[in-house]
Design a protein around this ligand. Structure first.
Ligand code: MET
Ligand SMILES: [Zn+2]
Length: 792
């Protein structure tokens, strides 16, 4: 009896252990999938509408919170239904996720505390300021800054040596639990402490030698508290975003990273550090020593870094998360190519140490292509927005685990079809780009000679006054455009309405006494879209909204093929405007680099080539404007600075093609045509030599906010052509007094030659009302007249 009994047990246990081994073995050999973050706007722009309604006083904080909660649920379910393993939580926000950290950590500068607002209103005041004269509330917003090289803006709250951190609101724990209650396990997302301190602002009154990173020791306990609470609540994983790793300066942060992660790892869930927006570079030398669970790489931008990172971590305990599905573009991923790259990582580390992921948060993409009704089947087959990207991540993981899904098969077909389409390029455009010569990049004569010719041609006084292009875009203009779009106005009626606006703008400038006129740009919905719609090679979404800042969203055009100009785009408007006056009329174009930087570029051709195609199209427009009797032509490049690569070693090649593109677009005309350009939105100090290299005859530059810094730049570099540093800030409805403008001119005249100075506001006036525009420009003209005498 004994024997068969023990044999029975022996067999039973043998089978059981084989079974268990298999389960474990199978499980541990699986590649997993992750998504780093998701758009906040909500289906049907629910979040945006709820926030704006709350601001307008039309709904309560509770109503806003209930919409936010519904949107969070919708996001989690959408990612989960796509089949993604690691679902982000805690990165949803009502304004900006960096601002969330400051607020949650109790970093609320005194000027907001003094207003005695509710928690939510304090938060919004920190993001956008608040003014309510009747209640005696008047507080300015925190500074906003661009988030790496994206068009998303973060809110940078002031930090000083006496800043203290105290966990005020554990958003991460709350949202983790909120998802869990819905049956969804998530991976909470926070900025890593080093990136947090690198992105926030140093208070203006802080000592010169203070940097927020010096607050690290004070900040670590708050992170410990949040992370321990997540672990306690059952979170197995946490995602700490350290995009600062994509910058050169992170290479010297080894000691800080070591200190932070050695302190956090023991109390935290398993930590994945993400490194979106660029390559980790030399920072890998210290990253590989950290006690973390995994390191994420942006392989969309920087696929080449994979090999060296694998080599560095293969003998450590660190897993790899491969950011293969782009969080920055809207193109369908080539899943076969991604699979091959991921296979490399699997070969080195084993499948159990590999996660496939997005290259960054998907916050830079619209929600879904499914709502686009005007794009063709073919166009839709090229594209992938957030929802589709989640499906791609999951399909990629499945494929690596040996199950090719229907989506993967369809992807193979769609990518092949897109490649086929890419081969059917416009050979005339390609040939023209290939035929660009050095000669085409330069005006016929150098600036002094051109200047003499332009003086005769334009006959402008000293300290000439001008504006940057747009005049107030009134409700009437927008309504006319909307009616025309719906077919309620005929083309002829619409043109008449625009001509009436132009007539009004010209009369206004005559009356105000400006010198160099503009037509006012009433016909433009947007300075990029307007041109995209008239060029070949662009498509437009109906609902492809992407967050710019707070509740502001933009719909970038998409470059899908070669770009050319079938017909003149602006000539009829500028020529009409010129026919109404004897004063010179300035033609107005958006530059090639800005059109490209504010669009989704195509992925199959370099940005350099796309920019040059645009430049050639604009070059023809510039020549046509000149032939139509327009003597001054402005080619705006406000976005040239923001396209600058994150790593300094990549700057030169970008600046070379950016400068060449501008020169290509403006050099087709005779010496007597005055070429203008305009820059705004950032600090141009570091690229000022490139601005000079554009060789525009006149530049206008946003100077009224960052004034002192810019004056220093002029002092150190000088400037050899004509220049109009903005004399007042158009971003505020405030009317500058004549004296203020005089003071500004005087300050600038100290560092710039008076006879090269132009007097203008710091950007276009489309967001302003007519009343304040009239008052402001009247003061500007008076101040310029004063300057003419003062510096005679
Ligand atoms: C963001 S720069 C704007 C330039 C344009 N010409 C305008 O006046 O609106
Ligand atoms: Zn501007």
């Amino acid at each position: 009896m004994r024997r068969p009994f023990s044999l029975f047990f022996f067999t039973f246990f043998l089978l059981l252990s084989i079974f268990i081994y298999n389960i474990n073995h199978h499980k541990s050999k699986m590649v997993k999938s992750a998504v780093l973050g998701y758009p906040r706007i909500g289906v049907g722009r629910a979040t945006k509408k709820a926030i704006e309604s709350y601001w307008a006083g039309n709904s309560t904080a509770e109503e806003l919170e209930s919409v936010a909660k519904a949107v969070r649920k919708e996001r989690w379910e959408s990612i989960k239904n796509a089949g993604v393993d690691f679902i982000p939580s805690g990165e949803f926000t009502l304004y900006d996720h960096l601002l969330d950290h400051s607020y949650n950590f109790g970093v609320i500068p005194q000027r907001y505390v003094e207003q005695k607002l509710s928690g939510l209103d304090t938060y919004f005041a920190m993001g956008r300021g608040k003014q309510d004269r009747a209640k005696g509330i008047d507080v300015v917003a925190s500074e906003m800054g661009k988030f790496f090289d994206s068009n998303y803006h973060i809110v940078k709250v002031d930090h000083s040596p006496d800043t203290e951190f105290k966990l005020l609101n554990n958003q991460w724990l709350n949202e983790y639990k909120e998802a869990k209650a819905l049956g969804i396990e998530t991976r909470p997302v926070l900025f890593g402490p080093i990136t947090y301190l690198s992105l926030v602002r140093k208070a203006r009154d802080a000592p010169a030698d203070f940097e927020p990173i010096q607050l690290l020791d004070k900040l670590i306990p708050v992170y410990k508290e949040v992370l321990a609470s997540l672990k306690e609540a059952g979170a197995e994983y946490v995602q700490l975003d350290e995009p600062i790793l994509s910058l050169d300066k992170a290479e010297s942060f080894g000691a800080e990273f070591k200190k932070v992660y050695e302190a956090l790892a023991p109390v935290a869930p398993k930590i994945t550090i993400t490194s979106a927006y660029g390559r980790v570079g030399k920072s890998i030398d210290y990253l590989k020593e950290l006690p973390i669970h995994a390191l994420h790489l942006d392989l969309d931008r920087e696929p080449k870094q994979l090999d060296s990172v694998l080599e560095a971590i293969k003998d450590t305990k660190i897993d790899i998360e491969l950011g293969l599905i782009s969080g920055r573009n809207i193109w369908k991923n080539d899943l076969n190519a991604s699979k091959a790259l991921a296979q490399k990582a699997i070969d080195v580390l084993g499948a159990d140490r590999v996660v496939v992921s997005t290259s960054s948060s998907l916050l830079h993409t619209p929600i879904s292509i499914k709502v686009e009704k005007k794009l063709t089947e073919q166009q839709l087959s090229w594209l992938s927005f957030a929802e589709e990207k989640c499906e791609e991540v999951a399909a990629l993981a499945h494929a690596l685990n040996g199950q090719e899904t229907a989506l993967f098969e369809q992807n193979t077909k769609d990518i092949a079809a897109r490649r086929e389409f890419e081969r059917t390029s416009d050979s005339a455009v390609r040939d023209r780009v290939a035929g660009i010569t050095e000669e085409m990049l330069s005006r016929k004569a150098p600036f002094p000679e051109r200047r003499a010719a332009q003086k005769k041609h334009l006959n402008l006084p000293k300290f000439p006054t001008t504006t940057i292009g747009s005049f107030p875009q009134t409700k009437e203009i927008r309504q006319a455009r909307a009616k025309f779009g719906k077919g309620e106005l005929t083309a002829e009626q619409y043109e008449k309405a625009m001509e009436a606006e132009i007539q009004h703008a010209v009369d206004f400038q005559e009356k105000t006494g400006l010198d160099l006129f503009v037509h006012g740009e009433p016909e433009r919905n947007d300075m990029v879209q307007y041109f995209g719609e008239q060029l070949t090679g662009f498509i437009f979404t109906q609902l492809g909204w992407v967050q710019s800042y707070g509740s502001r969203y933009v719909r970038p055009p998409i470059v899908v093929s070669d770009v050319s100009r079938p017909a003149p785009m602006t000539v009829r408007w500028s020529a009409y405007a010129q026919s109404l006056t004897k004063k010179p009329m300035k033609g107005m174009l958006t530059g090639p680099v800005t059109i490209l930087n504010w669009s989704f570029p195509r992925a199959d051709v370099s940005k350099e080539v796309q920019s040059k195609q645009l430049a050639l199209a604009l070059r023809d427009e510039v020549v046509d404007l000149a032939n139509a009797g327009i003597k001054a032509i402005q080619v705006d490049e406000p976005a040239i600075r923001e396209g600058l690569p994150l790593r300094k070693s990549d700057w030169d090649s970008y600046l070379k093609w950016a400068v060449d593109s501008f020169r290509l677009s403006t050099s087709g005309v005779e010496n007597d045509i005055q070429v203008h350009s305009h820059f705004c939105y950032s600090d141009f100090g570091d690229i000022f030599p490139s601005i000079q290299a554009l060789d525009a005859d006149v530049i206008s530059i946003e100077a009224s906010k960052a004034d002192l810094k810019l004056l220093d730049v002029f002092k150190s570099y000088g400037y050899s052509n004509e220049i109009g540093p903005g004399v007042y800030d158009i971003h505020s409805p405030r009317v500058p007094s004549e004296q203020e403008i005089k003071d500004r001119i005087a300050a600038m005249a100290k560092v710039l030659p008076a006879d090269l100075m132009v007097v203008n506001p710091d950007c276009g006036l489309k967001t302003r009302g007519w009343k304040e525009t009239e008052e402001s420009l009247t003061n500007l003209v008076a101040a310029a007249r004063w300057a003419r005498e003062q510096y005679a």
